[in-house]
Design a protein around this ligand. Structure first.
Ligand SMILES: [Zn+2]
Ligand SMILES: [Zn+2]
Length: 262
């Protein structure tokens, strides 16, 4: 497969009791090999950082064949209860991590992407909600701890779409991402959600391409078999928008790798 990287994955899923182990991580290696992926980043939610064990990752790393790299990252979100501890953990372990993905899962106390709290969308002016969400993304983009931004327009997840033209706020957000020298994630996860559309939308992808913002690609897998999901479809989108390379990371250093034969 032409697409060789997947930079958003959750071996710990949403299980607070799960811990890294050779067995757990080994399943991801098996699937990566089957799917021809050669550069994969683990980016568990920062609220589960206690399950991320550096020694176990190191032991796993030593089992890797020469042609496959796994990177250790984390997804730092804006959870009002846990993200402060997450930040402290990242600061403490920054040099051991390859990649920090920044994301927004909360508007205030509201976990808007959780199906249980979907009804709250009905209480919002959706145009205003998108503005509020993207302002929150802009804050994340300004964080020195973050290397790249995840699922940039996650707020569309349940198909509540703005009626106003919000290209100005997309523009403003992408300008900040560019200025802050961060990557933008293009993720197939949106195709598994009610919105059934890539993250971010092709409108945003086209704007980012024009600004030459570097991209990472990802599936946001919460189980090994989701690794690289819908990558053929993703390859079509990258081709359509004339992307020539994707970013990978090593100890927060961005390296651009060419996309051959797209
Ligand atoms: Zn996320
Ligand atoms: Zn995620």
């Amino acid at each position: 497969m032409t697409l060789f990287s997947d930079y958003h994955n959750h071996p710990l899923g949403h299980d607070p009791n799960r811990k890294y182990s050779l067995e757990l991580l080994g399943e991801w290696l098996e699937v990566a090999q089957k799917k021809g992926l050669t550069d994969i980043a683990f980016t568990d939610h920062d609220r589960y950082h206690e399950g991320v064990n550096f020694d176990d990752f190191e032991r796993f790393y030593e089992t890797l064949p020469a042609n496959i790299k796994f990177k250790l990252g984390i997804e730092l979100d804006n959870d009002p209860e846990t993200s402060l501890a997450g930040k402290r953990w990242i600061e403490k372990n920054y040099d051991k991590l390859d990649f920090v993905l920044g994301s927004v899962h909360f508007i205030g106390e509201w976990a808007f992407d959780h199906p249980s709290y979907k009804a709250e969308f009905e209480n919002w002016n959706i145009n205003k909600l998108y503005e509020t969400y993207f302002k929150e993304i802009q804050k994340t983009a300004k964080s020195d701890l973050v290397d790249g931004l995840a699922h940039l327009d996650l707020i569309k997840i349940f198909n509540y779409l703005p009626t106003a033209d919000l290209s100005w706020v997309f523009e403003e957000t992408l300008e900040i991402i560019k200025k802050q020298n961060k990557t933008l994630e293009i993720s197939t996860a949106g195709w598994r959600k009610p919105i059934n559309e890539i993250y971010p939308s092709e409108q945003i992808i086209a704007m980012a391409r024009q600004k030459e913002i570097p991209i990472t690609i990802a599936s946001d897998a919460h189980a090994p078999n989701h690794l690289g999901e819908d990558y053929n479809r993703l390859a079509e989108i990258l081709k359509k928008h004339n992307f020539k390379e994707v970013a990978i990371f090593e100890k927060h250093k961005r390296i651009m790798r060419p996309l051959k034969d797209l």
